[in-house]
Design a protein around this ligand. Structure first.
Ligand code: PLP
Length: 412
């Protein structure tokens, strides 16, 4: 029944309203992004690129795609953009296939230490089709050791070096990566999926200045629709990328999503967006500082971006899986996450990953994140005390009620 589907969507909307969303890869899009993504553009087939389509009637979707490309290039100060990838993973697949042959060597960050599935996991096409080798973070600091990356790069001579991560809370020096890639004759690819919004706001070094090619998702800190993009300053590379995205790995582009990407890129060029990203970073520092005061051990002992990786095993002797479930029960959503040199498995883990992008969109300020940190601490240290947990649930509900979202939207 169709009604049942909308009932479920309404339930999900209520869940989003009534929980504290700390998943670092999630965000809440604007009503305009939602409107574009839910538009009649979904009806249109537009295989190909503007002015080079395989279908008629593309005059308006051509305008949409050109607007999205133009906005993306202005936003990131780059010459060329492909806005068609359906996701971050397909963006990465397109780059590998455009620049490499099967079996070519790629040097990327180890997955346990913050890399992504598409950075060479066995179960991903990436690990199956290419020969990945990994750099680790330093055991003491849990930060990237660029000398170690250089040593590996010179020894292994990869065809491509990949920088960027899903669970790394520190700045990444893309200029240093560029120098390393130049020294060993490799392409430099940067996957900025997590930090794209921070980069867009000028609060992190812009990888487009240094990398041969940059991929990103549009739905994480960038706060757009679910999707991917590829950016480059190199004309030869964009030609190869365009051919690889279509017809190489995708069919018709999602024109409604591309319109929503255009809206998101325009939004990201406003002064409000820069203020928003400053708050995201500042809120992460507050969350981190208060957790530290509460006795928690934080990987890298701090954060430069929107995320905080907590070692829950060392802090409260829980696994990441247990901590995730316990927090879920009081209305705080986050994810278990491997930490550097984690002795457990990805299904258990020793850490949780917390991000501030989503709740900052909801209007959480410093004092709210301080309260969140205290709630997390009380919850994870009293997880078998029903009375305390009930009280914490009320504190979560109060924070949610004070920061409503999507009140204008109804699916009933
Ligand atoms: C999220 C993420 C991706 C993949 O994005 P999907 O849209 O889920 O396919 C790729 N790379 C990194 C670093 C990510 O964090």
């Amino acid at each position: 029944m169709v009604e049942r589907i909308f009932e479920i969507i309404e339930n999900e909307k209520k869940r989003q309203q009534n929980t504290i969303e700390l998943i670092a890869s999630e965000n809440f899009v604007s009503l305009n992004v939602l409107k574009a993504q839910g538009s009649i553009l979904t009806n249109k087939y537009a295989e190909g690129y503007p002015k080079k389509r395989y279908y008629g009637g593309c005059m308006f979707v051509d305008e949409i795609e050109n607007a999205a490309i133009d906005a993306a290039t202005r936003l990131f100060g780059v010459k060329y953009a492909n806005v068609q990838p359906h996701s971050g993973s397909s963006a990465n697949m397109a780059v590998y296939r455009a620049l490499l042959k099967k079996g070519d060597k790629i040097l990327s960050m180890s997955l346990d230490e913050g890399g992504h599935l598409t950075h060479g996991h066995d179960l991903s096409f990436s690990g199956q089709d290419y020969n990945f080798i990994h750099y680790s973070v330093e055991k003491e600091t849990c930060q990237i050791n660029y000398d170690e990356v250089r040593r590996l790069a010179m020894k292994e001579k990869p065809r491509l070096i990949l920088a960027g991560a899903s669970a790394y809370s520190r700045k990444i020096d893309f200029e240093e990566f560029r120098d390393i890639a130049r020294s060993c004759g490799a392409y430099l690819m940067v996957d900025m999926a997590h930090i794209a919004g921070i980069v867009a706001a000028g609060l992190h070094q812009n990888p487009c200045k240094y990398a041969d090619v940059v991929t990103s998702t549009t739905h994480k800190t960038l706060r757009g629709p679910r999707g991917g993009i590829i950016l480059t300053n190199n004309e030869q590379i964009i030609k190869k990328i365009n051919k690889t995205v279509f017809p190489g790995i995708q069919g018709g582009p999602l024109m409604h999503v591309i319109a929503a990407k255009a809206v998101c890129f325009e939004e990201a060029m406003t002064p409000e967006f820069i203020k928003y990203q400053k708050k995201v970073i500042n809120n992460a520092k507050i969350l981190c500082d208060v957790l530290k005061l509460e006795g928690f051990k934080i990987i890298t002992n701090g954060t430069d971006n929107h995320l905080v990786l907590v070692d829950v095993k060392k802090s409260v002797n829980l696994t990441g899986k247990e901590a995730e479930e316990i927090l879920d029960n009081i209305g705080i959503t986050c994810n278990k996450n491997m930490i550097p040199y984690d002795p457990t498995t990805p299904f258990i883990t020793s850490g949780i990953r917390l991000g501030t992008a989503a709740m900052t969109t909801r209007g959480f300020v410093e004092k709210d994140f301080a309260e969140v940190a205290k709630i997390i601490s009380a919850c994870l240290t009293n997880y078998d005390n029903k009375k305390i947990l009930d009280d914490l649930k009320l504190r979560v509900q109060k924070l949610c009620d004070d920061h409503p979202i999507y009140e204008e939207v109804s699916y009933e």
